[in-house]
Design a protein around this ligand. Sequence first.
Ligand SMILES: Nc1nc2c(ncn2[C@@H]2O[C@H](COP(=O)(O)OP(=O)(O)O)[C@@H](O)[C@H]2O)c(=O)[nH]1
Ligand SMILES: [Mg+2]
Length: 362
Amino acid sequence: MPPKKGGTNDVATNVVAFGRVRKNLKMGCVGLPNVGKSSLFNLLTEQNAAAENYPFCTIEPNEARCAVPDVRYDFLCDLWKPPSMYPAYLQVTDIAGLIKGASQGEGLGNSFLSHIQAVDGMYHIVRAFDNDEVLHVDDSIDPVRDLNTIQSELCKKDLDILAKTIISEEAVVRKAGGKFKMNPLFPSTVEKIRAMSLITTKPIIYLVNLTMKDYLRQKSKYLPLIAKWVTTHGGLPRDIIPFSVEFEENVYKMKKEGNEEGMIRFLEESKVKSRLEKIVTEGFTKLGLQYYFTAGEKEIRCWTVPRGCLAPQAAGAIHGDFERGFIKAEVCSYQDFHDLCEGGKSMGPIKAAVTKDVTSKK
Ligand SMILES: Nc1nc2c(ncn2[C@@H]2O[C@H](COP(=O)(O)OP(=O)(O)O)[C@@H](O)[C@H]2O)c(=O)[nH]1
Ligand SMILES: [Mg+2]
């Protein structure tokens, strides 16, 4: 796949051009065996279980809802202290490792690939840590080879689907005299492709699992090679998140043991942060999702909606009737609320500031 050259808004803003427009979308952890997929999945779900404002939920052993961490939500919860609090959630699936030949049924082959088809976006986890005790299926550490292995299995699977579905509809036909003409079936074919859940059109975030040593020095000989591969295969530099399972497990261990002080000291001394929060928030954004807050005595809640949807559809997330009988939405930005609320639980000061602003401009 050649790099996407800017131009369309979709590419520039990274909107999910092919993705499904729904609000309960899923990210799946994809990669070779022994790259750290399950360890990451566990870290994401365990750290959630430990955070008090974020009720945690395992759906299946390999499927969980991870709360999307957000300081704005924390602020609202602390201010209202309501009996019910609902953060936004990202659904994450831990998919078993793919190996070379999976598209032809190697390993658990096609069943892995069908799990990937069922998710809406992928965390492609790449191993950039060497450790003799953790076997590599292809015997050596070579992230670019691994990226190619996974990508080529995914492409082969998509080609199979395409061949079965649209082989009879050639997009372009040759007219007499050797000229080409667009086949009238082309638009309907494109529509069919959009409706298929092709794996390679799903949004991807590349998570590079480094050794703790490399993570602490924020350097790895593999990172420039991985960046070059990603940007020449349809991705953007910001789609790459270097992290380290080893580092995150160390931080989490201290937290779990109640050694909050030790953890803070360790983080301060190492001068690097945990990347787990970023992994969740970037996954959520990559799926084309966003949320708005409602706040009141009974509950604080984040309502997830597709990015770019209009106020009536956003209101419909609360209740279908709100969309059908939509009159108006009264909203304010979190920052305005934060700066003007004066510790109170009311929109009063914000409304007063707006009125003052409008009158002063007259
Ligand atoms: N040294 C080291 N070991 C890791 C790291 N990430 C995962 N492992 C180990 O590699 C093995 C396989 O990890 P796992 O998460 O089960 O990989 P999966 O097959 O991709 O799900 C386990 O023994 C992990 O403890 C890492 O960053 N550093
Ligand atoms: Mg695993």
